[in-house]
Design a protein around this ligand. Structure first.
Ligand code: SF4
Length: 493
C-alpha cells in the first residue's frame, strides 16, 4: 500500500479558463490551479494565446512542481486555460497530461477537461476510422479531435457564420454525441469557451476579473483566490463564450434532469467553495447532523478525521450535544511525493500522516467521524491510532452511505473490486477495521441533508451509493480490465 495514499475517491481534475485583456492570464491560471490542487495531483498544465501564437507547458506533479517563473514567462497572451489531472481514463503519464493544444484551420485549439466520457471507446473508434491520429489514451484528446475535425454526421456547421459561430456549432455537435461527464474550458484564437455536460455532473463556475474579463473554474474557491468576483455556475448543457464582447451564453444541449455529483458535497470540493447557492462546509455540517439523528451512540467526544471530515463532525456534535474535539493531528504539509518510504518507515504506516492527540482521547469513548469509506485501507489504522491515544471505545460513523458501485463519470473508483462495501457487509467492515461499532448515513439521509442545506431538490447523481446511474452505462465499462479492452495494442502502458 502506498502509505501516502488515502481512502478517498478522487475527482479526475480541476479546470480553469481566463480571458483577461492586459493581464498576465497564465499567472492567473496558475493561481487558479493552485487553489484547485485538491482536484488532481498527478499532472498540471497551462495553454495560453495572444490571438496569434499559442504556448503550452505541462508536466507531471503538483502545480508548484510543474511551474516556475522560467516556464511561466513564455506563456504569453490574454487567453489561457489550465488543468490539474488525476487520471481515471488513460494511464498516468505526460502523454495524457492536459491541456491538449493543437493547430486547426481556425487557429489554435486548446482543451482542458474534467470528467469522463462513457462512450469514449465508440468516439475513439470513429475518429480512428476517419484517419484522425491520436497520441494518447485520454478521452480528452478524443474531445479535442472531435472539435478540430467534426464529422459531417456530427455537425451542422453554419456555412457563412463567423469563426465564433463555427466554434459554437462544433461544440454543440460534440455535445450531441458525447455521453458522460464533461466540464470543459476551451481556448481558441479569439475566445475562451466554457462547457458543461447536460446533466451538470461535474461543476464549473464563472467569475469576473476586476480589471475586465472573465474566468471559469471548477470551484468558486479558485475565483476568490485570484480576487475575481463570483458570478454564477455554468448551467448544465450550457456553452459560455468569453471574449472582447464580454460574456455570451448559448444553449448547448438542454436536459430535463440534472445530476451534479453528490460526492462533491461529501468530499471532493473544498469546504469554502459553493454550489447551488450553498457553501460546501454548511452542507457537510448538515450531513453530520443527519448522521447523528440516524446513528446516535453513547460516547464522550466526537472526533473528525482531519481535515475533510471536520465539518461533518462539527454537525454531528451540534446535533448530538457531545463535545467536538481534535483527536488526530494531520501533517499539514504532507502531499503527494515520488519518494517512497523504506521498509522501516512503511511499518510506521499512517503515523507518517496522523498523530493522536492523547490529552483529548485518554479514557474517552470516541465517535470517530469520516466523510466516506471507499477502499477501507485507512479506517483500521485510524481506529488503532485512536486506541493508541488512550480511547476506551471507538465508534466509527460515516457521513455518507456505503460506496457499493463504481463511478464512470470521472472519479477514480471505477471497479467493484476496489470497493470494500461491495465485498463486505457493515458488520464485516466493522470487524475488518476493528471498531466497537460502525454505522453509515443512509442514502435518504444524505439526500435529505443536501436538499435541506441548499433549500431544494435540484437533482443529483448518487450512483456509487445506489447503483442508479443517471446515464446509460455500456456493459464493457463494468469489466475489470476495460482499460485493456479500450487501449489494447496501444503502447503497452
Ligand atoms: S457515481 Fe458517485 S462519484 Fe460518480 S458522479 Fe455519481 S455521485 Fe459522483
Amino acid at each position: 500500500m502506498d502509505i501516502f495514499s488515502d481512502d478517498k475517491a478522487h475527482d479526475e481534475c480541476g479546470v480553469v479558463g481566463v480571458y483577461g485583456p492586459g493581464r498576465d492570464v497564465a499567472r492567473l491560471a496558475f493561481f487558479g490551479l493552485y487553489a484547485l490542487q485538491h482536484r488532481g495531483q498527478e499532472s498540471a498544465g497551462i495553454a495560453s494565446s495572444d490571438g496569434r501564437t499559442a504556448h503550452i507547458h505541462k508536466g507531471m506533479g503538483l502545480v508548484s512542481q510543474v511551474f516556475n517563473e522560467e516556464n511561466l514567462r513564455p506563456l504569453k497572451g490574454h487567453l489561457a486555460i489550465g488543468q490539474n489531472r488525476y487520471s481515471t481514463t488513460g494511464s498516468s503519464n505526460l502523454r495524457n497530461a492536459q491541456p491538449y493544444l493543437i493547430e486547426t484551420m481556425y487557429g489554435p485549439l486548446g482543451v482542458a477537461h474534467n470528467g469522463n466520457l462513457t462512450n469514449a471507446l465508440i468516439l475513439r473508434k470513429k475518429l480512428l476510422e476517419r484517419g484522425v491520429g491520436l497520441s494518447s489514451t485520454s478521452d480528452s484528446e478524443v474531445i479535442t479531435q472531435m472539435l478540430a475535425a467534426p464529422a459531417d454526421a456530427w455537425s451542422d456547421l453554419p456555412e457563412n457564420g463567423t469563426e465564433s459561430d463555427r466554434w459554437v456549432a462544433r461544440i454543440r455537435s460534440l455535445m450531441q454525441v458525447a455521453d458522460g461527464a464533461y466540464s470543459l474550458t476551451i481556448l481558441t484564437r479569439h475566445a475562451i469557451y466554457g462547457v458543461r455536460d447536460p446533466l451538470g455532473l461535474r461543476p464549473l463556475c464563472l467569475g469576473q476579473l476586476d480589471t475586465g474579463g472573465h474566468i471559469l473554474a471548477s470551484e468558486s474557491s479558485a475565483l476568490h483566490t485570484i480576487g475575481a468576483k463570483y458570478l454564477r455556475e455554468v448551467e448544465p448543457g450550457e456553452i459560455v463564450r468569453m471574449d472582447g464582447s464580454g460574456l455570451t451564453s448559448f444553449v448547448g444541449k438542454p436536459s430535463p434532469k440534472k445530476a451534479l455529483c453528490i460526492f462533491e458535497y461529501v468530499y471532493f470540493a473544498r469546504p469554502d467553495s459553493h454550489f447551488e447557492g450553498q457553501v460546501v462546509h454548511n452542507v457537510r455540517q448538515q450531513m453530520g447532523r443527519q448522521l447523528a439523528k440516524e446513528t446516535g451512540v453513547e460516547a464522550d467526544v466526537v472526533v473528525g478525521v482531519p481535515d475533510s471530515a471536520t465539518p461533518h463532525a462539527i454537525g454531528y456534535s451540534q446535533e448530538s450535544g457531545l463535545p467536538f474535539t481534535e483527536g488526530l493531528t494531520k501533517n499539514r504539509y504532507i502531499g503527494r511525493t515520488f519518494i517512497q518510504p523504506d521498509n522501516q518507515l512503511r511499518k510506521v504506516g499512517i503515523s507518517l500522516k496522523y498523530n493522536p492527540l492523547t490529552t483529548n482521547l485518554q479514557g474517552k469513548r470516541v465517535i470517530l467521524i469520516d466523510d466516506s469509506i471507499v477502499r477501507g485501507n485507512t479506517a483500521g489504522p485510524l481506529v488503532q491510532l485512536i486506541r493508541d491515544g488512550g480511547a476506551t471505545e471507538v465508534h466509527v460513523r460515516v457521513a455518507s452511505p456505503p460506496v457499493r458501485h463504481p463511478c464512470f463519470m470521472g472519479v477514480d473508483m471505477a471497479t467493484y473490486k476496489q470497493l470494500i462495501a461491495h465485498k463486505l457487509d457493515i458488520e464485516g467492515i466493522r470487524q475488518r477495521i476493528g471498531a466497537d461499532s460502525l454505522d453509515y448515513l443512509s442514502l435518504a439521509g444524505l439526500e435529505t441533508a443536501v436538499h435541506e442545506a441548499i433549500g431544494r431538490n435540484t437533482g443529483h447523481c448518487a450512483a456509487c451509493f445506489s447503483g442508479n446511474y443517471p446515464i446509460n452505462i455500456p456493459d464493457w465499462l463494468f469489466e475489470e480490465d476495460r482499460d485493456k479492452v479500450m487501449f489494447e495494442g496501444m503502447w503497452g502502458d
